[in-house]
Design a protein around this ligand. Structure first.
Ligand code: FES
Ligand code: FES
Length: 188
């Protein structure tokens, strides 16, 4: 039995002991790590403002899923890769194509929901090359926006799926084999 929880947060190895059973990933990110790009809205799994990606190995394959950090307990994160919106910025501060598509399509107004939408769209972008309208709507069904009426956000998802740039641009594609090796070591 493990007496600690080990996972990767963006690029950093994290080891935690003494984690309260009720401690959420959202509180850890915002209060302990000051990663405040991940927002707190409803705090009960309904609005998607707190969406992050969690990657784990299954059958030797690394797969990322979008999760609500406000209802994800820390105890479930052993041997995973937690990815927040801060990890998307390019080395020169350039926006990720998913973020740029939201800008181009006017998919952000007050902006509170935007990091959550970015992460859900990013999860879809990683998983599916040319998603259908139905697949886009399904990927976004856990994210609420009070301002945009959703259509510009769906257009952004369509736009970014068309113009897939070099995978070397993307931080998770670039570091995939290294992350797989690190997760294997944590599982051992
Ligand atoms: S804060 Fe609303 S789903 Fe997490
Ligand atoms: S842009 Fe304001 S809630 Fe979505």
């Amino acid at each position: 039995m493990n007496d600690s929880i080990r996972f990767i947060l963006n690029g950093e190895d994290i080891t935690l002991t003494d984690v309260r059973p009720t401690q959420t990933l959202l509180d850890f990110l915002r209060l302990k790590r000051r990663l405040t790009g991940t927002k707190e809205g409803c705090a009960e799994g309904d609005c998607g403002a707190c969406t992050v990606l969690v990657g784990r190995l299954a059958d030797g394959k690394l797969t990322y899923e979008s999760v609500n950090a406000c209802i994800r307990f820390m105890g479930s994160l052993h041997a995973t890769h937690v990815v927040t919106v801060e990890n998307l910025a390019g080395r020169d501060g350039a926006l990720h194509p998913v973020q740029q598509a939201l800008v181009d399509c006017h998919g952000s107004q007050c902006g509170f929901c935007t990091p959550g939408f970015v992460m859900s769209l990013y999860g879809l972008w990683l998983a599916k090359e040319k998603p259908s309208r139905q697949e886009i709507e399904k990927a976004l069904q856990g994210n609420l926006c009070r301002c945009t009426g959703y259509e510009p956000i769906v257009r952004a998802a369509e736009q970014v799926s068309m113009m897939r740039p070099s995978t070397l641009f993307d931080p998770l594609q670039r570091t995939r084999s290294e992350i797989v090796a690190r997760l294997w070591a944590m599982q051992a």
